[in-house]
Design a protein around this ligand. Structure first.
Ligand code: GBH
Length: 475
């Protein structure tokens, strides 16, 4: 096997898929146009102090009006596919079927048709965090009635777009919805329930995924023959020292973040046993009568296991993990794990604290997934970094070059079953609570100009070569 960090020339397997991604709230704008209902991110952004600099997604990149230009940009880069999300409240303004908005359906039809006319495969996320506000008023992901509302919405999308969309993601980053949205509340809907709500939300997300997956299976698969997966976000978790305690801590960190969702869907249908043990023990020491981690019924476990056609992975960075038993007895998903995480100060910094550059993490992660979940089909559904405002984004180029090189080793040398790689993002966009200050795009967007003009960065040329060569050639 090739050493870490050693660059290898070579190509990806024939048919490997290359793409770029966005999400509805981050790019569409037109937040209340043509019948769209409000979402929890509209509400969140409209409260003061939630998003840096008072930014909102009201206009964003104006992709609702500029989607044809977006498609030409994608074509210029030479992608195989475009990963975008459908805004639930654009097609169902109050979240339920009774509110069907045909103009919302029309918009996604136009976008999908424009992509196909330009030979670009649509790869669709059903839920990238923008719950219709009306459903939040009924408890949102904390209320298990959401499972049926989500299933209605998913079936509506399968029915309307499934003739042309063959790649579906039920959720983007179930962890972020649960922990950031309902644990610490720094993302919409801003709920702080770090010890209990967080686990209930995750439970309802898993059950929603599983129900929608089986709906596709029974109602649409024979007609449309597409694939349905879920995207989970996960850093590589490297032990901080060679002690066995830190080795177990790193494994625990993977199980609590990736395994939380993946063990049910890609494993045995249940939560990871280490997670069940830890949350039960903590709950007991907190004098609770039962574990804060919900339980699946036997029927649910049977339905959970194997409810996927592929695994989507968003991967950006690596954490170092050490074993630190917690003494604070306040219930919290974070404290349940008895770990501490940090970054290696030697890894190259980016404009954001949580993301340092560590190329070999992606290869280790993919090998972990291969051995832990039986080498499922994987798509890297996001990967990237923020860089300078200007167009000379050398940091982004070397990030993509080194990460995709490690990815190539994972596929060609290690036999990991990865079918595609997606750069985040096609263009600068509303970076959630950070607003427009963090630029992840390979296209620069000028947010002070009402026309929201886009300009290609240098990384566009790099990706054009990478994609058209399907890998790396010796100069
Ligand atoms: C992805 O999240 C999202 O899917 C995508 O929409 C987003 O634009 C992209 O990454 C870039 O961030 O500093 O406390 O605010 C990646 C996982 C979870 C990483 C939230 C950053 C914010 C931590 N992200 N986290 S904080």
């Amino acid at each position: 096997a090739k050493d870490r960090d050693e660059f290898v020339y070579g190509q990806f397997p024939a048919g490997f898929m290359w793409g770029l991604a966005t999400a509805a709230y981050q790019v569409e704008g037109a937040w209340n146009e043509d019948g769209k209902g409000p979402s929890i991110w509209d509400d969140f952004a409209h409260q003061s102090g939630r998003i840096a600099n008072g930014d909102t997604g009201d206009v964003a990149c104006d992709s609702y009006h500029k989607y044809k230009e977006d498609v030409q940009m994608l074509k210029h880069v030479g992608v195989t596919f475009y990963r975008f999300s459908i805004a639930w409240s654009r097609v169902l303004p109050d979240g339920t079927l009774g509110s069907l908005n045909s103009k919302g359906i029309d918009y996604y039809n136009r976008l999908i048709d424009e992509l196909l006319a330009n030979n670009i495969t649509p790869f669709v996320t059903l839920y990238h965090w923008d719950l219709p506000s009306a459903l939040q008023k009924q408890g949102g992901w904390l209320n298990e009635s959401i499972i049926d509302r989500y299933n209605d919405y998913a079936k509506l999308c399968f029915e309307n777009f499934g003739d042309r969309v063959k790649l579906w993601l039920t959720f983007n980053e179930a962890y972020v919805i649960s922990w950031l949205g309902h644990g610490i509340g720094i993302f919409a809907p801003g709920i702080k329930s770090p010890g209990t709500g967080v686990y209930q939300v995750a439970h309802n997300i898993i059950r929603s995924h599983v129900k929608a997956y089986h709906s596709y299976d029974t109602l649409f698969r024979s007609r449309f023959n597409g694939k349905v997966g879920i995207t989970l976000d996960i850093e590589w978790k490297e032990p901080f020292t060679m002690s066995s305690a830190d080795g177990y801590a790193a494994e625990r960190a993977l199980q609590f973040k990736l395994g939380w969702f993946a063990n049910a869907i890609f494993g045995n249908g249940d939560y990871p046993s280490v997670m069940k043990q830890y949350v039960a023990a903590k709950s007991k020491s907190q004098h609770l009568l039962k574990s804060r981690l919900p339980e699946f019924t036997d029927d649910e476990k049977r339905m959970n296991a194997g409810s996927y056609d592929f695994l989507g992975i968003n991967h950006y960075t690596t954490n170092l993990v050490s074993d630190v038993p917690n003494t604070d007895s306040t219930p919290s998903y974070e404290r349940d794990q008895d770990i501490e995480t940090r970054e290696d100060p030697c890894w190259e910094k980016t404009p954001v604290d949580w993301l340092r550059v560590n190329p070999w993490g992606i290869r280790k992660l993919l090998n972990y997934i291969k051995s832990r979940y039986g080498n499922p089909t994987v798509y890297i559904t996001e990967s990237g970094r923020p860089d300078v405002d200007g167009v000379d984004d050398q940091g982004r180029i070397s990030y993509y070059k080194s990460y995709t090189n490690e990815l190539m080793k994972a596929i060609n040398i290690d036999g990991c079953n990865v079918k595609g790689y997606t750069g985040w993002s096609l263009m600068d966009n509303l970076e959630w609570s950070s607003g427009y200050s963090l630029r992840f795009g390979v296209y620069y967007v000028n947010f002070t100009d009402p026309a929201r003009p886009r300009t290609p960065r240098k990384s566009v040329d790099f990706l054009r070569n990478l994609f058209s060569n399907n890998g790396f050639y010796k100069q």
